[in-house]
Ligand binder design. Structure first.
Ligand code: AR6
Ligand code: MG
Length: 323
């Protein structure tokens, strides 16, 4: 793959997060089966697209990675807290603000997340929804990527299922970045890689739900995914649901994102994660220009994707020297 194509995929992944989030936000909490006529259309400008906490936190991850040229837990936690204090109205889940409060009381970044939900930590989808920049910066080295994905998740989502949701979403993004879009991705092979990972991590609920995704993909009507996998705020529902939406329409960014919104539930987050997968695979060039035109922060997001691309190339050169 040439440099230009890979950079297009980096931009697609990060812009995909923001586009899916912004388009899905007005539908959050809907029961599903929205009238197709009410869904965003690729041939129509939706006007100003405002992103929510999903993108706000993703940009925090990206900013911190760029500033520190890699993962630094204390810096990333401080970045999250500061961003939240500046724009608390973005639609944050209940858990993260509690973590920021604990950080401000002096609790270390790698302890605060464990204090939530009676000491079990959060299994919400908030760590998975923001993990894309980690997948980008570390896209060539799965072991380093997984370590950074898990540690970054644990800042606010210390429950094993919150962490593994982020790990699975990150693996999917990195694998799709490496895959040239001309070769049709095998949904079954990609899902199988994730099943193996979930199995090794002892996260059986992901194994079961990913098996359902694999089974439903070729034949079932899309709405069966809601009853079998779910479309909720829990990472173990939203992450497999997003994978399903991407794989169901792996050659069309707009159709994948529209399906995520149509399924209802946590539409902004599932559409955002679907957008990350589809953007990582197909690139920015596959995102409807009508959807990019009104996107809040477009230039900044694109610039961060380019900065993450440079970090990834730098890590790749470093590894080459040490071989
Ligand atoms: N026990 C019981 N319920 C839990 C647990 C647990 N251990 N962990 C999570 N929940 P949270 P997020 C439930 O608050 O993941 C925005 O709208 C609980 O109901 O950590 O950052 C985004 O768009 C908890 O409030 O926040 C996303 O949709 C909820 O899961 C979403 O919020 C979410 O976990 C991201 O939320
Ligand atoms: Mg959401």
């Amino acid at each position: 793959m040439d440099r230009q194509q890979l950079r297009d995929k980096f931009r697609g992944a990060l812009l995909g997060v923001a586009v899916g989030d912004s388009l899905g936000a007005p539908f959050e909490g809907s029961p599903g089966l929205a009238d197709p006529l009410s869904l965003p259309r690729a041939d129509k400008e939706p006007g100003q697209l405002r992103y929510t906490d999903d993108t706000h936190m993703t940009l925090g991850v990206a900013d911190s990675l760029v500033t520190k040229q890699g993962f630094d837990g204390a810096h990333m936690a401080e970045t999250f807290a500061r961003n939240y204090e500046e724009e608390p109205w973005r639609g944050y889940g209940a858990g993260p603000p509690q973590v920021f409060h604990l950080l401000r009381r002096g609790i270390p970044w790698n302890e605060a997340g464990r204090m939530l939900f009676g000491g079990s930590g959060s299994y919400g989808n908030g760590a998975a929804m923001r993990v894309t920049p980690i997948a980008l910066a570390y896209y060539e080295n799965t072991a380093d990527m997984l370590e950074a994905a898990r540690e970054s998740a644990s800042i606010t989502h210390a429950h094993k299922l919150g962490i593994e949701g982020a790990a699975l979403q990150a693996i999917a993004v990195t694998l799709l970045l490496r895959e040239p879009p001309e070769l049709r991705v095998s949904g079954s092979a990609l899902t199988e890689v994730l099943i193996t990972h979930a199995n090794d991590a002892g996260a059986s609920i992901y194994v079961d739900k990913l098996r359902s995704v694999k089974e439903l993909l070729p034949k079932a009507p899309p709405f069966e995914v809601v009853s079998r996998v779910g479309h909720g705020i829990e990472a173990y529902e939203a992450v497999p649901a997003a994978l399903y939406c991407f794989l169901k329409h792996s050659t069309s960014f707009s159709e994948a994102v529209r399906l995520a919104i149509r399924l209802g539930g946590d539409t902004d987050t599932i559409a955002s994660m679907t957008g990350a997968l589809s953007g990582a695979y197909l690139g920015e060039s596959a995102i409807p220009s009508n959807w990019l035109r009104g996107l809040e922060g477009f230039e900044r997001i694109r610039g961060l994707a380019d900065a993450l691309f440079e970090i990834a190339l730098g890590k790749s050169r470093q590894r080459g020297r040490h071989k």
